[in-house]
Each structure stands twice: as structure tokens, then as C-alpha cells.
Design a protein around this ligand. Structure first.
Ligand code: TXA
Ligand code: MG
Length: 321
């Protein structure tokens, strides 16, 4: 047991990490639960703290493009283009791992997931360390990812010594994961970097989202990011649904317009201005808020399938499963 402290001191975070402990760290996507990626004993603690199954591999975080070659080999030309265009940023790439990365980090897979988070405090921390950080999202396995230091504290209090507080995260959904099959980029997880932006750099990409619950396949499980309450997706706002809401006490998450005829105090708009990036930033906090409120179940009105709307819809689908 620890008495968990929230603070802004990079040096404190650094000391805990150097002694093999886990620390909550901010990134631009969601908060991570970090440990020395080159130390299997430290990495093991991440799995324990999160209650995470060992078959779910971790992303390795570093501070500079120049470091990537230390952990991965054979960087395909398209990967190089993505690295140059989007790192640091909400992009994770899968590359052939070097043996310095413990098998526990990659769950025995040949590839390692690498990302450079775009957050000032964490980049500073990574620069001061002489090892990269393995870090999954800092939530108990299967629950909603944290977008503030307080979210991390609420769920991991007592299990970790320190949470580095970098404010609310700017992007709000996890990084987009891209792998390469014969030099061709394949998106395995929709996330904070929109497909449209990736395609501007490397042309049309294939999207291969794992929706099975087969833990052997890399990437994502079907049920994830889930609140404790039941979540439903409203394909379209309609009179029929309004009648349902009149008689129940369910909460609603919507993009820019309230569902008419339902009290607005049990509805959350993710972006009244109609901006999908802002909506993504507010998604997980809204899910948490309704999850701990008096509403019975949660309904989310489907988002436009463009830009970060695709990642939002993906998270909603998994939260519903
Ligand atoms: O934005 C993010 O990516 C955040 C922040 C903290 O960096 N991290 C994050 O980690 O979302 P996590 O562990 O919650 O999700 C990482 C996903 C997992 O679903 C995992 O299966 C996949 O990345 N992954 C990691 N390493 C992999 C590998 N070697 N091959 C295939 N998939 C991998
Ligand atoms: Mg996660």
C-alpha cells in the first residue's frame, strides 16, 4: 500500500521510476501507468496494479525519434513517413522488436508498440530517464481511460506512489495504432490521430479493427472502455426514443444538440460548438460523470463517422459490448 500523492514534480516521478515503481503520467491522449520498459519486474507491477491479463501487450514510450532504433529494427519507409509527420503525437506504431525489450512488454509478440507522447512534462521526464516507459492507460482493466490526474487517483489510490499531474488531457482518446504489412500501413485501433490525416501522408490505408474477444489477436478486445452502468447507442434521435426517455431516468451523451423533451440535467453535450476534437476530449469524463450520477443507464447518440468521430463511435461500441 502507498499513500498516493498527486504532484507536478518530474524529479519525484523520476526517482520512483528509477527504483522500479509505477507512476501515473500525463500524455496528450489519456493518462498512463508507467514503469521502466526494460525491467520485467517493474513491468509486472503494471499488470498487477491494473489487474491486466498478461496477453495484452504494452506501448513503449520514448522522447525522441532518434531513440526508436534502439528498441525496434527494420523501420519500413511508410513508417518513417508517419514518424516524421506525427511524432510526437497521438500515434503508436508497431515495429519489429529488439531483444532489449522484455517479452512481457509485447506479450511474446515479435512487434513492439512505440509512441512519443506529446506532453511537456512527460517528455521532460522521459529525457531525464535512461530507459523508455511501458505505459497502458491508467485505469483498472476494461474500465474507462483516465483523462485527469484525479481520475487516476480515484481508481488507483493506494496502489501507486505518485501521479504526475499534467492537467486534463488535450486529445482525450487513446493513440491511433498503425502496423505495417509489407510496407503497407494498417490501422489496428482508431484513436486521436484521424485516418484522414494519416492518408494525407501515406495514401489510402486499410483499417483492420479487432472486434473479437480472442486475446491472441493483437490490439483490442471487444469489450473495453466500459462504464459500470449499461450503455446503449442511439443510432438516431427520434420521437420513439423520446417517449422512452420520458418514462425512465437514463442519462444521455450527445454531440452538439440535446435530445428534445428530455431534462437537460441528465444530458451531456460533448461539444455545443459541433467540434469533433472537442467532443473526443470530453468523452471519457462524460462517461465517468454519468456512471457515478443518479441516472439508471446511459445512452449515447451516434457521432458523425468522420475525423475523431470514428474513434468516438468505436469507443462507444466497445463500452456497450
Ligand atoms: O494513447 C495511448 O495509446 C495510451 C497512452 C497512455 O499512451 N496508452 C494506451 O495503452 O492506450 P493501452 O495499453 O491501454 O492500449 C494499448 C493497446 C492495447 O490494446 C494493446 O493490445 C495494443 O495497444 N498493443 C500494444 N503492444 C502491441 C503489440 N506489440 N502488438 C499489437 N498490439 C499491441
Ligand atoms: Mg487501455
Amino acid at each position: 500500500m502507498f499513500s498516493t500523492v498527486i504532484g507536478t514534480d518530474v524529479l519525484t516521478a523520476k526517482r520512483y521510476l528509477q527504483t522500479g515503481e509505477t507512476v501515473g503520467i500525463p500524455t496528450e491522449t489519456v493518462y498512463g501507468l508507467a514503469a521502466n520498459a526494460l525491467d520485467a519486474d517493474a513491468v509486472l507491477k503494471i499488470f498487477k496494479v491494473k489487474n491486466r491479463p498478461h496477453f495484452d501487450p504494452l506501448i513503449v514510450h520514448t522522447h525522441s525519434v532518434d531513440e526508436i532504433g534502439n528498441y525496434a529494427e527494420e523501420i519500413p519507409a511508410t513508417a518513417q513517413k508517419l514518424i516524421e509527420s506525427f511524432m510526437p503525437g497521438p500515434l503508436t506504431i508497431l515495429l519489429k522488436k529488439r531483444s532489449i525489450i522484455p517479452d512481457l512488454v509485447t506479450s511474446g509478440l515479435d512487434n513492439v508498440a512505440i509512441r512519443i507522447p506529446n506532453h511537456k512534462l512527460t517528455l521532460e521526464l522521459l529525457k531525464q530517464l535512461d530507459f523508455p516507459l511501458a505505459a497502458p492507460s491508467a485505469n483498472p482493466f476494461g474500465y474507462i481511460s483516465p483523462t485527469t490526474a484525479q481520475h487516476v487517483y480515484d481508481q488507483l489510490q493506494g496502489r501507486i506512489p505518485y501521479i504526475l499531474d499534467g492537467g486534463p488531457t488535450a486529445v482525450g482518446v487513446e493513440s491511433t495504432i498503425v502496423g505495417f504489412e509489407n510496407n503497407e500501413p494498417v490501422v489496428y485501433r482508431l484513436g486521436g490521430l484521424a485516418i484522414e490525416d494519416i492518408e494525407k501522408v501515406v495514401g489510402k490505408v486499410r483499417v483492420s479493427l479487432n472486434e473479437s474477444s480472442n486475446p491472441q489477436s493483437p490490439g483490442m478486445l471487444k469489450s473495453h472502455y466500459a462504464p459500470k452502468k449499461r450503455l446503449h447507442i442511439l443510432e438516431q434521435d427520434s420521437d420513439e426514443y423520446r417517449k422512452v426517455f420520458e418514462t425512465n431516468n437514463d442519462g444521455i451523451i450527445a454531440f452538439d444538440k440535446y435530445v428534445e423533451g428530455v431534462d437537460t440535467d441528465r444530458q451531456i453535450l460533448l461539444s455545443p460548438a459541433g467540434n469533433l476534437n472537442e467532443a473526443a476530449k470530453n468523452l471519457f469524463a462524460a462517461m465517468r460523470k454519468l456512471d457515478s450520477s443518479a441516472v439508471n443507464e446511459i445512452w449515447a447518440v451516434k457521432f458523425p463517422d468522420a475525423g475523431l468521430g470514428r474513434a468516438i463511435n468505436d469507443r462507444l461500441k466497445r463500452a456497450r459490448a
